[in-house]
Design a protein around this ligand. Structure first.
Ligand code: TXE
Length: 489
């Protein structure tokens, strides 16, 4: 089936490549999709360039662009179940979580749909009645959007919605592991009335189908969510043509628990923070940093509860979390745990694949807790991106902040305490882009999302998220034009 979307047409990969998509929960074949090469991506870039340079979209009034996003949100609500099932088959995540994702996506479309018409620009005070200056926001141009497999459509729409609201055209390359909701979403955009060539979709591997989006001179902006190593490659590629770059590169997110927190609440959130979607969340609270006097009791309780987490496939209603995305990813998590143990971590639970015969065909890994990890060790420095919690302890507030900030990442973190002043002090001192107090993981489309340090740069969501996709132009008008006579002759 032709499932690359280029210039408003569904086409096959020019070289005829195909890729099997298999469900990580049981290895079953979901579908075969086109595998693009760089040539296909270049054709998609050319289509996006034409649509930007000569098409109607960039000059469409912002409120109309916003209305298109609002219509798309309504269409997504209509088809939410089909989308959720497709997302679950590709990712292996529980259907109930995919349904949440779809409603978050519709909320994001509505947020940017409404924001689109509010980009008013401003008048600049020139201090003179003889001139008039104003600032306007314009689209950047052709955007290359590269997204990962953990929240496939959500992460794509965090980029697509502001890009379209601002009047850009784009080429999306979703993860090669999870292409289906991107295909379905292109159909919705077309149904909502988006002109051909504004939205383009290529599918396939990063180094082949994805790389032109960070290199090609006709791409003006590249926005990437994924791993740190790939982010560095993309930023380096983009430097050659000085593209605008936005990167979200995950985190090694601290969850700081003070001994004055509500015990039950803190335990419960500590579990959700790290084991939601088996840890495959960029903001996963994978580093528990707990006050020393609570350590033993708190970790014992976490272990007890982690051992009761039920694993299962997307349509198993008893399952509480699902598999990892691929065999290769599970091997990465296994290597991470083995290295942590070699470096002195104490394995308190998990650390292996489940024995349940029903789970043997999927890429499952047991919820794992590693105690006594040392600052600077691999377990504390590197993302596992799996269901693995590491435990560190602290003595006082300064110690907690120092440990929580001791990472080259800076995406998100949590603080649990019943002392309101302490909560604010610690939140202010954490060098992480989002801090949750007595909470973990809530997501608001109207609040900026992005990382400090090597978690990336540029912001998604919120008004700044829209600003990432605009250029700012200053238009200055002389209201009393006439010769200036700078030069005597
Ligand atoms: O990610 P990649 P991978 C982290 C997590 C994970 C690690 C590696 O720690 O274990 O990254 O995961 C495309 N030019 N995160 O290998 O490579 C690729 O096809 C252009 C955190 O799956 O970053 C896919 O579409 N594109 C993260 C996308 O980049 C390229 C979510 C992400 O893949 C490319 C996922 C290239 N040269 C993993 N190489 C988060 N921030 O949430 C790859 N790609």
């Amino acid at each position: 089936m032709a499932d690359l979307y280029i210039g408003g047409e569904w086409v096959d990969a020019r070289a005829g490549g195909r890729r099997e998509i298999r469900c990580p929960a049981d290895g079953s074949l979901v579908a075969e999709v086109a595998e693009a090469t760089a040539e296909d991506t270049e054709a998609a870039i050319a289509a996006a360039r034409r649509a930007f340079d000569t098409g109607p979209w960039p000059a469409t009034p912002a409120a109309e662009r916003g209305n298109l996003l609002l219509r798309t949100a309504d269409l997504l609500d209509r088809d939410a179940e089909e989308f959720a099932r497709a997302e679950s088959l590709d990712t292996g995540k529980r259907l109930v979580e995919s349904r949440y994702d779809m409603s978050d996506i519709a909320a994001c479309l509505r947020y940017f749909g409404k924001l689109a018409g509010n980009e008013a620009g401003r008048v600049v005070d020139t201090g003179s009645a003889d001139s008039f200056s104003r600032i306007v926001h314009e689209p950047v141009g052709v955007c290359g959007l590269i997204t990962p497999w953990n929240y496939p459509l959500l992460q794509a729409v965090w980029k697509i919605a502001p890009a379209l609201a601002a009047g850009n055209t784009f080429v999306l390359k979703p993860s090669e592991l999870t292409p289906h909701t991107a295909i379905l979403f292109m159909r919705l955009l077309a149904e909502a009335g988006l002109p051909g060539g504004v939205a383009n979709l290529v599918l396939g591997a990063g180094p082949t189908a994805g790389a032109p989006l960070s290199k090609h001179p006709d791409v003006d902006l590249v926005s990437f969510t994924g791993g740190l190593a790939t982010g560095r490659v993309i930023a380096a590629n983009a430097a050659a043509t000085v593209k605008k770059v936005a990167l979200e590169l995950g985190g090694k997110n601290p969850n700081v628990v003070f001994a004055d927190a509500d015990f039950e609440t803190a335990v419960d959130y500590a579990l959700t923070a790290v084991f939601l979607h088996s840890g495959q969340v960029c903001s996963a609270g994978a580093r528990l940093i707990v006050q020393r006097e609570w350590h033993d009791e708190f970790v014992d309780e976490l272990v007890r509860r982690a051992e009761r987490i039920r694993l299962g496939g997307p349509f198993d209603e008893n399952a509480e979390t699902g598999p990892l995305i691929s065999a290769a990813h599970r091997e990465k998590v296994e290597r991470y745990v083995a290295t942590a143990i070699e470096e002195g971590a104490v394995l308190r639970t998990g650390g292996k694949r489940p024995d349940d015969p029903a789970l043997q065909d999927g890429f499952y890994y047991l919820p794992t807790i590693l105690d006594n990890v040392q600052q600077g060790s691999t377990a504390v420095v590197e993302e596992s991106f799996g269901p693995v919690l590491t435990v560190e302890t602290f003595t006082d507030e300064d110690d907690a902040v120092r440990i929580a900030n001791d990472t080259h990442y800076g995406l998100a973190g949590g603080v649990f305490t019943q002392d309101a002043a302490r909560a604010q002090r610690v939140a202010n001192r954490l060098r992480h882009g989002t801090v949750w107090i007595n909470d973990y993981h809530p997501y608001l489309p109207q609040a900026e999302w992005g990382g400090y340090k090597q978690s990336g740069f540029g912001r998604e969501l919120g008004p700044t998220g829209l600003a990432e996709y605009t250029e700012v132009k200053h238009i200055h008008q002389n209201l009393k034009p006439g010769p200036q006579h700078w030069f005597s002759g």
